[in-house]
Write a protein that binds this ligand. Structure first.
Ligand code: ATP
Length: 237
C-alpha cells in the first residue's frame, strides 16, 4: 500500500530580488517517510525549506494534506504541524535547556506541555541531565538535540530539518540521524536537508538531488545510493 501524500511541492520558484534561487522544484513527501534533499553549497536547500515554512515568498504549488499552503501564513503552517529546525539552530544561548524547550510549546499553545517535556527528556536523556545549563554552553551535538527537542515540543507532523549534521563529529552525526530514524518510527514525517549525502541516504526512503535551484535526480534512497553519477559527485566516489 502506498503512503498518502503529506506535502506536495510543484514547480516552485523562489527569488531573492533578481536572482532565482529555486527554478521550478517539484517534490513529493509521503506521510511517515524520511525524504532527503541533497545538494552542494548554494544549491537552494535552505531556500526550499524556508519557502515551505513560509519564511520566504514563493510561486508555484505547495499543498499539505491536499490544502493549498500558499494562502496560509507562517503561524498557520505551524498550527498545521509543520515545524522547521533551521541550520543555525536559533537557540536562546543565555537561557537554560529547560526554558528553551518550554518556549517550543508556545508556538502551538500546547496545554499539556509538561507531558511533552517529559517525552523530550525521555528521547534525549542528555538534555534532562543538562536541563539547568545555559544552551550556549552545550556542545554542538547537544545544541542540535536541543533544537530538535524544542521543535518536538510543538508536536509536529512534518519536521523540516536543515543540515542537522553541520559541524558535528561523525559519531555525533550517527546519533542525530538515529534520532531522526526514531522520529519516523513514532509517526513524524521528515524532510531532511543534508550535504552529508551518504549518511542521509542511509536513513531515507526517497531522495532528491538539488543542483543550482533545480532537481537533478530523484528516486528511492537505496537506488540513489547505488547510482554511479551521484556516487562520483556527492558520495566521494
Ligand atoms: P548551503 O548548504 O551553503 O546553506 P543551500 O543549498 O542551502 O546552501 P541556499 O542558502 O538556499 O543554498 O542558497 C541558494 C542560492 O540563493 C545561492 O546562490 C545563494 O547565494 C542565494 N541566496 C541565499 N540567500 C540569499 C539572500 N538572502 N539574498 C540573495 N541571495 C541569496
Amino acid at each position: 500500500m502506498t503512503a498518502p501524500t503529506l506535502l506536495e511541492v510543484t514547480d516552485l520558484h523562489t527569488r531573492y530580488g533578481r536572482v532565482e534561487a529555486l527554478s521550478g522544484v517539484s517534490l513529493h513527501v509521503p506521510d511517515g517517510h524520511i525524504v532527503s534533499v541533497i545538494g552542494a553549497n548554494g544549491a537552494g536547500k535552505t531556500t526550499l525549506m524556508n519557502s515551505i515554512m513560509g519564511l520566504l515568498p514563493s510561486q508555484g504549488g505547495l499543498t499539505y494534506r491536499g490544502e493549498n499552503l500558499q494562502n496560509v501564513s507562517l503561524e498557520g503552517r505551524v498550527a498545521r504541524g509543520i515545524c522547521l529546525v533551521p541550520e543555525r539552530r536559533d537557540l536562546f544561548a543565555s537561557m537554560t535547556v529547560a526554558d528553551n524547550l518550554t518556549l517550543g510549546a508556545y508556538s502551538r499553545r500546547r496545554s499539556n506541555w509538561k507531558a511533552d517535556l517529559d517525552d523530550v527528556y525521555r528521547r534525549f536523556p542528555r538534555l534532562l541531565e543538562r536541563r539547568t545549563q545555559l544552551a550556549g554552553t552545550l556542545s554542538g551535538g547537544e545544541q542540535q538535540m536541543l533544537a530538535i527537542g524544542r521543535a518536538l515540543m510543538a508536536r509536529p507532523t512534518l519536521l523540516l530539518l536543515d543540515e542537522p549534521s553541520l559541524g558535528l563529529a561523525p559519531l555525533i552525526v550517527r546519533d542525530i540521524l538515529n534520532i531522526v530514524r526514531q522520529l519516523r518510527s513514532d509517526g513524524v514525517t521528515v524532510l531532511l536537508v543534508e550535504q552529508n549525502a551518504r549518511a542521509s541516504l542511509a536513513i531515507s526512503d526517497e531522495a532528491y538531488v538539488l543542483e543550482t535551484g533545480a532537481v537533478k535526480m530523484s528516486g528511492p534512497a537505496q537506488d540513489l545510493a547505488r547510482n554511479d553519477e551521484l556516487t562520483a559527485s556527492y558520495l566521494g566516489g
